[in-house]
Design a protein around this ligand. Structure first.
Ligand SMILES: Nc1ncnc2c1ncn2[C@@H]1O[C@H](COP(=O)(O)OP(=O)(O)OP(=O)(O)O)[C@@H](O)[C@H]1O
Ligand code: SF4
Ligand SMILES: [Mg+2]
Length: 337
């Protein structure tokens, strides 16, 4: 089957300027949240993104959706182009053009509660988005039916339509957040830690809902999580991030069975195998995560890597396709010597 590219990210960089400490500070410092991101996202896939806290996962999701302007690089979107030859570079669009595209490109948050207006009922919350995008004009019967259909798809009973967010559990609130996004009939959704705040027993229900919706609605996901078991379950391919860079990218099975980047190997060795209930954040690696303001030279992982040699300290490793579809940025990829 030919895979159709939906997004192509080319040398995407996102820096956040830091406030200067004094008027004598000459140099402008930046948090280098995303550096040299080069990935394709295929239509219909779930691309998982994993890495330690602060490595830049959310920033990448938000930059992709143009919620943050990219500092550099191109974000080519092929969704509006059936020929696949004339993508739109999202970074070049005006605010108004982006706004028109918003319904195609949606974000699901970790904590939907903070984004659900507490004074609106579920029905009003879903209607609001539809009206903002001119997808419904007035509250007629057809719109009501559409909203109830979307709610049903997302596992929300019809009589919930008049209830307020605080009357729901965490899992149900996440369903409301998902319903609000899915109602807009999007093509692509960034799901940023959508189950991390939920009980383990509820997590799988929400993940299965997302998987069902993906099939029914032909969606493509960028699924962000620091939980390797969740990522393994939901993703077709996985990108591993370290300090702003993607260091390894391949099919899920390959990544888990045959990791080639030392950082991926270290992450995987830390998956709790028996203690499923224990969902601690990943922090198994020796040494602290270096600062993204002044990252290490050469390979950013060299300060913590047990395979580090001289070249690693000096030369930035390029991302290379070492096996078909298996991309690795390392001077000494595992299993190659
Ligand atoms: N709006 C912002 N302004 C300044 N710095 C930011 C901003 N958003 C993120 N950062 C910084 O960019 C880096 C990457 O943050 P990001 O939130 O993308 O990481 P993450 O991988 O999503 O982490 P987590 O797993 O904790 O959600 C961090 O150092 C963070 O402090
Ligand atoms: S380039 Fe060197 S330091 Fe970086 S991950 Fe590979 S072996 Fe380790
Ligand atoms: Mg995040």
């Amino acid at each position: 089957m030919d895979k159709k590219v939906l997004f192509s990210l080319r040398n995407v960089k996102k820096y956040f300027p830091l406030k200067k400490k004094s008027i004598f500070q000459k140099e402008q410092l930046y948090v280098r949240a995303n550096e040299d991101i080069n990935i394709d996202i295929y239509e219909g896939e779930t691309l998982g993104l994993v890495g330690e806290s602060g490595c830049g996962k959310s920033t990448l999701g938000r930059t992709l959706l143009q919620l943050y302007p990219a500092t550099e690089g191109e974000i080519l979107y092929y969704g509006d182009d059936p020929t696949g030859e004339n993508p739109v570079d999202l970074t070049k669009l005006s605010k108004e053009e982006i706004r028109k595209m918003r319904n195609d490109l949606q974000l699901i948050f970790q904590d939907p509660y903070s984004s659900l207006n507490p004074r609106m009922t579920v029905g009003q919350i879903i209607t609001e988005g539809l009206k903002a995008h001119n997808l419904i004009k007035k509250d007629d019967k057809d719109s009501q039916k559409y909203i109830l259909d979307v709610m049903e798809k997302c596992g929300l009973a019809p009589y919930f339509v008049h209830r307020y967010p605080h009357q729901f559990s965490g899992g149900q609130r996440q369903r409301i957040g998902i319903a609000r996004s899915v109602a807009l009939n999007p093509k692509f959704i960034v799901a940023d830690e959508p189950v991390s705040a939920l009980d383990v027993s509820i997590q799988s229900q929400i993940i299965n809902l997302l998987l069902d919706l993906k099939e029914q609605e032909n969606l493509t996901y960028l699924f962000i999580s620091h939980d390797l078991s969740v990522i393994k379950y939901i993703s077709d391919r996985v990108g591993v991030m370290y300090l702003g860079n993607i260091v390894e990218l391949t099919e899920t099975k390959k990544l888990y069975e045959h990791p080639m980047h030392p950082y991926t190997e270290a992450l995987l060795s830390a998956i709790p195998t028996t203690d499923v209930e224990n969902k601690k954040k990943i922090k198994i690696l020796e040494g602290d995560i270096p600062s993204p303001i002044n990252p290490p030279s050469g390979c950013k992982f060299h300060t913590r890597c047990r395979y580090c040699t001289e070249v690693c300290v000096e030369v930035v490793p390029e991302m290379r396709e070492l096996e078909p579809g298996h991309f690795v940025a390392c001077h000494h990829p595992l299993g190659m010597e």
